[in-house]
Write a protein that binds this ligand. Structure first.
Ligand code: NDP
Length: 262
């Protein structure tokens, strides 16, 4: 299926590893030019250079913290330098670990800035570029935790839920400019971070990290396995394309059967 993405320009946050990197590769394989952002300069620059070489696209690296105004401004400027973006993937984010009773205000604020304000600020800066180019696509990588919370990360659950609602609200506002906004809620996706955590948690009890990950999958996902970043990236690539032209203001679950409601 030709997705018609060749020659488009995509901004992807959190693109140096894991899901964001897989989305970058998936779009590059379709001929999309990239603006890739993450905080760590070395890793994002190395991945941008590798992807540009491998797929024959242009890939700019921006070392920026999306939880700050300066960071989002740098990303918006990098997209403008390319003549504007057609696709924005708000992917940067991370899990949390706390109780409501113990977490300080500052932690709530940090996650609000990372999961919600980054998307707000990038939409404000990049949607006008899309409008000028005749339309575009904005996708939010929230989480199944936006609707089915995990007990140990209330701040993650709440801020991802807010991101999901932001996505819906933004879609209504921007469809008049031919900008389609959608949200993706993933379940368990096997990123290097999950492997690192599993290795840490099993280090003192024999090191069976694969067994630990299998037990997590058994407990949570009907499919009894993690998804790969590529399996999730495929959905982002499809939603980025004109083939998804009637997908507007929705949230798509990609969770191996983890969601327990209809
Ligand atoms: P990783 O931790 O593997 O990668 C996170 C990426 O985001 C890195 O490139 C990191 O680079 C970047 N990043 C983190 N914080 C910032 C910041 N403040 N500013 C700019 N870049 C940042 O994450 P995953 O690939 O696992 O997750 C990606 C998204 O998917 C997240 O939003 C997560 O909540 C969501 N998700 C993940 C699931 C999973 O099972 N893995 C399931 C459901 C949702 P650097 O550190 O250099 O900034």
């Amino acid at each position: 299926m030709d997705l018609g993405l060749k020659g488009k320009t995509a901004v992807i946050t959190g693109a140096s590893v894991g899901i964001g990197l897989a989305i970058a590769e998936g779009l590059a394989a379709e001929g999309v030019d990239l603006v890739l952002a993450a905080r760590g300069a070395e890793r994002i620059e190395a991945e941008a250079a590798r992807i540009a070489e491998k797929y024959g696209v242009s890939a700019a690296a921006v070392a920026a913290d999306v939880a700050t105004v300066a960071g989002t401004e740098a990303i918006i400027a990098a997209a403008a330098e390319k003549g504007g973006a057609d696709i924005l993937i708000n992917n940067a984010g991370t899990g949390s670990n706390e109780t409501v009773m113990e977490a300080p205000d500052e932690k709530w604020q940090d996650y609000w800035d990372l999961h919600v304000m980054a998307a707000v600020r990038l939409a404000r800066g990049i949607a006008p570029q899309m409008k000028q180019r005749g339309g575009g696509v904005i996708l939010h990588n929230a989480s199944i935790c936006a609707v089915q919370p995990l007990w140990y990360e209330p701040i993650y659950n709440v801020s991802k839920s807010a991101l999901m609602m932001f996505s819906k609200t933004l879609s209504t506002e921007l469809i008049k400019d031919n900008i389609r906004v959608n949200c993706v809620n993933a379940g368990l996706i096997l990123t290097p971070d999950w492997i690192k955590t599993a290795k840490q948690l099993t280090a003192e009890t024999g090191g069976n990290w694969e067994g630990y990950l299998q037990s997590v999958a058994n407990e949570h996902a009907a499919s009894k396995r993690f998804g790969t970043p590529e399996e999730l990236a495929n959905v982002f690539v499809f939603l980025s394309s004109g083939r998804a032209s009637y997908c507007i203001g929705s949230t798509y679950f990609v969770d191996g059967g983890m969601l327990k409601t209809i």
